[in-house]
Design a protein around this ligand. Structure first.
Ligand code: SAH
Length: 219
């Protein structure tokens, strides 16, 4: 059984990571504080313990990645999370991003298409701390119609297009933060649903994500 410990060394490295994110332009102190609270090394293989607080993506199971902290911070900042909001996440992966949203007080509904990753989150280490994270095994392109509409939607894989069913599951005034494919890279977008149901689109800088794929695997 793995022993999870958040030592002074980890806390010190985390503080340095947060200072680095601030220098890179992340200005929302609530987001920075959430990152400062969450032991990122818990989400990684023990072999990566020493480097868990470097600002880079790391491999998790099934050829997937835990996003770079800067990317998590950037997407979370764009989402303007408020306590009590219902947020749908596509691409649970390690559940690190979901934890950041939960730490900000959101009700999180997160979907993963890979059975092995979904199953590994059955023993999610921070389950008792964040009971408001609900895990689903499914295809994110379908969303979660039963739980819709959502205040916010965050997609943490490279989307080939704006998934129409997810747009249907946004409240009026809701935002979706999504990296949209442009070949090698993806440009981060924030979409806001206007009262007439149309979308206001804002485009930001480029990032690099694993692809958002249709269907489920391993079930
Ligand atoms: N948010 C994650 C990072 C995930 S990497 C974290 O914090 O660790 C992207 C994840 O999206 C992968 O686990 C991948 O399997 C998943 N994914 C890709 N396409 C998907 C889809 N259509 N529905 C749900 N999950 C998907």
């Amino acid at each position: 059984m793995r022993k999870f410990e958040d030592t002074y060394r980890h806390k010190g490295l985390r503080k340095q990571l947060v200072d680095g994110l601030r220098e890179k332009g992340i200005s929302d102190e609530k987001v920075l504080q959430a990152i400062n609270q969450i032991p990122r090394h818990y989400f990684l293989d023990t072999a990566l313990d020493r480097i868990a607080y470097e600002d880079r993506a790391f491999p998790i199971a099934e050829g997937q990645t835990i996003s770079q902290p800067y990317t998590v911070a950037f997407q979370t900042q764009l989402l303007q999370v408020k306590p009590g909001e219902k947020i749908l996440e596509i691409g649970t992966g390690s559940a690190y991003q979901a934890s950041v949203l939960a730490e900000l007080g959101a009700q999180v509904y997160t979907i993963e298409r890979q059975k092995a990753l979904f199953d590994s989150n059955k023993h999610f280490v921070l389950k008792a701390k964040y009971p408001q994270i609900k895990f689903f095994y499914g295809d994110g392109f379908e969303g979660l119609p039963t739980f819709a509409p959502f205040d916010k939607i965050i997609i943490t894989a490279a989307a080939p297009f704006i998934p129409p069913k997810l747009v249907d599951q946004m409240k009026i005034g809701a935002m979706m933060v999504v990296p949209l494919d442009e070949g090698e890279k993806q440009r981060m977008h924030r979409l806001t649903k206007l009262p007439d149901g149309s979308l206001k689109e804002e485009a930001f800088t480029a990032f690099s994500f694993v692809p958002m794929l249709t269907g489920r695997t391993g079930g």
